[in-house]
Design a protein around this ligand. Structure first.
Ligand code: COA
Length: 194
């Protein structure tokens, strides 16, 4: 991964890798090993691009929006649950780290842009958003199954639907994981040796 991807405050990038073996998952002291991120274990990526939306109506307060892009690269790896698993854990990470992610993003804005945001108010995402081609039924089904809702009945000029999820409470996202059959979620420390 390029260094700038990790340092840019307006972007989060994660690589989706195959799951570790069940025996390691069952162990109490599970930790990552270099093989976990070897090329053959990488299946795709998921990104979040942060922006301040001034809104269409002139006096609407600016809103913090996170736009998701998800890809499971090889056709052979699609349709095996990697996309759904990536999106679920990503949602969980984003809602748990919301304050930290937005603090860093807002801190990086130009003074003029920063001033547009309501000062002293807790930083929260207005919503997470995704743009999906109108014929991409798999992706539409995936995001709709996880509470993303189309913002318009017709696709936009570029043939895409925008879908948004505004319920970003930890409980709501935990419910989505539970509904998908996820029994356990652990965040592991990741140390990269350059
Ligand atoms: C869209 C994409 C991310 C989905 O990931 P995936 O690993 O292939 O999908 P999953 O196996 O996790 O399936 C997720 C959901 O998609 C839907 N789905 C899967 N296969 C489907 C198919 N053939 N037709 C319609 N819906 C389908 C189901 O709702 C499924 O959830 P379920 O298993 O609980 O029913 C992946 O196919 C991809 O990267 N495609 C190319 C790039 C792209 O379109 N990105 C999305 C734009 S943000």
């Amino acid at each position: 991964m390029q260094r700038s991807w990790r340092q840019d405050a307006d972007k989060l990038t994660f690589i989706s890798c195959r799951p570790v073996s069940q025996s390691r998952i069952n162990a109490t002291d599970i930790h990552l090993v270099p093989e976990d991120e070897a090329a053959q274990n990488m299946v795709g990526d998921i990104n979040l691009f942060l922006r301040v939306d001034d809104g269409d109506e002139g006096d609407a307060p600016p809103q913090l929006i996170g736009e998701i892009e998800l890809m499971i690269a090889e056709k052979a790896n699609q349709g095996h649950g990697f996309g759904k698993a990536s999106l679920l854990v990503f949602l969980r990470y984003v809602v748990e780290q919301e304050a930290r992610i937005l603090d860093e993003f807002v801190g990086s804005l130009e003074a003029g842009e920063k001033e547009k945001l309501v000062q002293g108010q807790e930083l929260k995402f207005h919503c997470l958003s995704v743009k999906i081609g109108k014929d991409n039924s798999r992706s539409l089904a995936l995001f709709e199954s996880l509470g993303f809702v189309k913002v318009s009945v017709e696709p936009n000029f570029f043939g895409e639907f925008e879908l948004r999820r505004a319920d970003l409470g930890v409980q709501g996202v935990s419910d989505s994981l539970a509904a998908a059959g996820v029994e356990r979620y652990v965040e592991l420390a990741y140390e990269r040796k350059e």
